[in-house]
Design a protein around this ligand. Sequence first.
Ligand code: GLP
Length: 245
Amino acid sequence: LRPGEWLSKKTGPLYAVLSRRIEKGIEQGLLLPGHSLPAEREIAELAELSRVTVRKAIQELVKKGVVEQRQGSGSFVREPASKVEQSLSHLTSFTEDMLARGLKTSSNWLEREIRHPSPDEILTLGLSASGHVACLHRLREANGQPMALERAVLPVDILPDPEEVKSSLYDILERNGNRPVRAVQKISAVNLEAPQAELLGVTPGIAGLSIQRISYLQSGRAIEYTKSLYRGDTYDFVAEMSFPR
Ligand code: GLP
């Protein structure tokens, strides 16, 4: 923490530089999960910064979920959340996946609208340019922790009123007799860029998973085209495999 190169190379306010510095120390294993951070006064002396700056830096880490404060005993490095595993062979919804792990889901709505489909959506969902789609853009959370950013697009005859979706999209589809029975999912590795990382509450640049799901009704009609960005540090995808005999 001694002010050296890290402080001279600073970009942005001092508290943000210090908070990044401490976070880096945690990532490098210099401070271990469950261990306490040095006292505010100690950090201020070491880093030659004011206690106000140190306090702000710690608050920043608390906001990010990297550090937790315990009444009367100081600040501690948070234990990393255990990863959620999602099976790659079952066509389940986010809500069902989380429920299976005893986690409560919530969604932050970023967008919910009816609009014309993009050329990509026209091709994928077999629509005409003059048609309409329902678009649901959500930040999905489990027990209050952001997990994924998801933009689902469905033909408007399948989902005429996007406002109807309060929590689970698949619940509504099921209720209307349109629950998909098959899906093709493509997963690719990405680095989460600043705006998305910010919404997901992680440091920009960390690893994420970009997932694209196209799901189909029994009839073979494609009814859902969803693009998601999952945090790489909270999610594992598990595929069960068997040798064909
Ligand atoms: C997963 C899938 C999405 C699907 C969603 C439905 O997250 N990747 O393609 O739209 O589940 O979840 P829910 O029914 O909880 O809205």
